[in-house]
Write a protein that binds this ligand. Structure first.
Ligand code: NDP
Length: 393
C-alpha cells in the first residue's frame, strides 16, 4: 500500500482524488494539497474514505520539502499549474519521491511551453532511481499512449498523425474555459505550429481549420489547428513521422468572446499599471471567469478525443482512428466533475498506479509514449475511459 501526494485541488485535482480513493489497495493513503486548504477540504468531504489535506505553496520548495518529509509520499501527482513543475520536481529529488504531471513547464512571464526544462532533469532522476512521468493527462497523455499502441500493434511505420480534440459539451454560459482559464487562454491564443517533412511550420493563431465528422452521435464540427505540447515529444519518439498536427473544436461564441478579449488587451500576460499597482490582465480576467470545477453540474454533451494515424503495415498503407468518447453528465454522476477534468484526472491516476505498482517504474524522466502502452490501454477501459479503434485499409 502506497502513499500519494496530490498537489492541486482544482477541477483535475478533485477527479484525481476521487479516482485514487476508489483504489485503496494501491493508494493506501492520500494527501490532497493546494494553495488554498479549504478547496482540499471541500473535495475530501465528497469522498467515500478519509484522506489527509493540507495547504501548501508549491512554488516554495522548502515548504514542499517539509510537507513531503512529514507525509513521506511514494509519488507526487502534480495537478497544480505548469508554473510549479520544476519546483515540485526539485522537492521530489530532495525527498526521494516519484513524480507525475499533466502539463509541461511554462515560465509565468512568457507564453511558451517546452519540454527542455524538464528533460534537463533526466540524469538527476536516473541517478536517484526515481521516475518522473510527464504529461499523464488526456492530451498530452492518452493521445501519446494511443500513438505508442498503434506503433506497437498496427504499424511498421507511422507517417501522418492528426490528434483531434472535440468538446461537444455545452455549459450554457456565454464564456467559460473548461480547464484553468489562464493556461487555456495562453495556449489558444498562441501561434499554430505543426510538423511537416522534418521541420516545424507556423500559422497565425486559429487561422487554419477543417471539418471532421466525429463518431458517437456528435457529427461534423469545425476544428482549428493549434500547437500542442505532445507534438514535441511525439515527433522525436515516433521515428519516420512525416506530418503531425493537433486540432481542437471551438464554438463561434467562444471564439468571438476570445477575439474581443484579445482586442481589448484582457489576455495580456505582461503587468500593466492600474490605479497605482501592477496587475496582469489575464490573471484579473481569470478571477472573473467561472471556475472550471463549477461547470460540472451545468455541462451536457460529450467529448471525443482521438488520434487519426496513417502509415504502413506489411508493405500496405493503412489508417487507424483510435478515440474515446466521454459524457459530461456521466462524469458528474460519478465524481462531481465535467468531462475535461475527468479525462485529465483519470489518466493521471492510471499513470501513478502503473508507477506505484511496478510496470511503469523506470528511473529517469519520461514521456508517455516511451512506456509500454498495453497496461495503460487496459486500465483506460477499466477506469472509465473506454476507447475504440477503427481501421481503413
Ligand atoms: P484549476 O485552476 O481548476 O486548479 C489548479 C489548482 O492548482 C488549484 O487548486 C490551485 O489552488 C492550485 N495551485 C495553483 N498554484 C499553486 C501553488 N503555487 N501551490 C499549490 N497549489 C497551487 O486547474 P485545472 O484543475 O483545470 O488544471 C490543472 C492542471 O491540469 C493544469 O496544469 C492544466 O494545464 C492541466 N490540464 C491538462 C490536461 C491534459 O489533458 N493533459 C487537460 C486539462 C488540464 P488555488 O485555488 O488556491 O489557486
Amino acid at each position: 500500500m502506497k502513499k500519494a501526494l496530490i498537489i492541486g485541488a482544482g477541477g483535475v485535482g478533485a477527479v484525481v482524488a476521487h479516482k485514487c480513493a476508489q483504489i485503496p489497495e494501491v493508494f493506501g493513503e492520500i494527501m490532497l494539497t493546494s494553495r488554498t486548504k479549504a478547496r482540499c477540504d471541500a473535495v475530501a468531504a465528497q469522498l467515500p474514505r478519509r484522506i489527509h489535506t493540507a495547504g501548501v505553496n508549491a512554488d516554495n520548495v522548502p515548504e514542499l520539502v517539509m510537507l513531503m518529509k512529514s507525509f513521506k509520499p511514494d509519488i507526487a501527482i502534480n495537478v497544480a499549474l505548469p508554473y510549479q513543475d520544476l519546483h515540485i520536481m526539485d522537492a521530489c529529488l530532495e525527498c526521494g519521491v516519484d513524480y507525475l504531471d499533466t502539463a509541461n513547464y511554462e515560465p509565468p512571464d512568457e507564453a511558451k511551453f517546452e519540454y527542455k526544462w524538464q528533460w534537463a532533469y533526466r540524469e538527476k532522476f536516473r541517478e536517484k532511481g526515481l521516475t518522473a512521468l510527464l504529461g499523464s493527462g488526456f492530451d498530452p497523455g492518452v493521445t501519446n499512449v494511443f500513438c505508442a499502441y498503434a506503433m506497437k500493434h498496427h504499424f511498421d511505420e507511422i507517417h501522418e498523425l492528426d490528434i483531434i480534440d472535440c468538446n461537444a459539451g455545452d455549459h450554457g454560459l456565454p464564456f467559460a474555459t473548461n480547464f484553468n482559464p489562464e493556461i487555456n487562454i495562453r495556449e489558444v491564443t498562441a501561434r499554430g505550429r505543426y510538423w511537416e517533412h522534418g521541420e516545424w511550420a507556423e500559422t497565425d493563431p486559429l487561422s487554419w481549420s477543417m471539418v471532421f465528422d466525429f463518431p458517437g452521435g456528435i457529427g461534423k464540427k469545425k476544428c482549428y489547428l493549434m500547437y500542442h505540447e505532445e507534438l514535441e515529444s511525439l515527433t522525436l519518439n515516433l521515428k519516420g513521422l512525416k506530418r503531425a498536427r493537433f486540432w481542437m473544436t471551438f464554438s463561434d461564441s467562444y471564439l468571438n468572446h476570445l477575439k474581443i478579449l484579445e482586442n481589448t488587451g484582457m489576455t495580456r500576460i505582461d503587468p500593466v499599471d492600474y490605479e497605482g499597482r501592477k496587475i496582469v490582465p489575464l490573471r484579473f480576467l481569470k478571477s472573473l471567469l467561472p471556475d472550471p470545477a463549477s461547470l460540472g453540474p451545468l455541462t451536457r454533451g460529450k467529448t471525443c478525443i482521438g488520434c487519426l494515424i496513417k502509415g504502413i503495415k506489411d508493405g500496405k498503407t493503412r489508417a487507424c482512428y483510435i478515440y474515446n468518447i466521454c459524457d459530461h453528465q456521466e462524469c458528474w454522476r460519478e465524481v462531481k466533475s465535467q468531462a475535461i477534468s475527468y479525462t485529465t484526472g483519470v489518466p493521471a491516476m492510471i499513470g501513478a498506479r502503473l508507477i506505484l505498482s511496478g510496470p511503469w517504474k523506470k528511473p529517469g524522466v519520461w514521456n508517455m509514449e516511451e512506456m509500454d502502452p498495453d497496461p495503460f490501454m487496459l486500465a483506460l477501459n477499466k477506469h472509465g475511459l473506454p476507447w475504440v479503434e477503427r481501421f481503413e485499409e
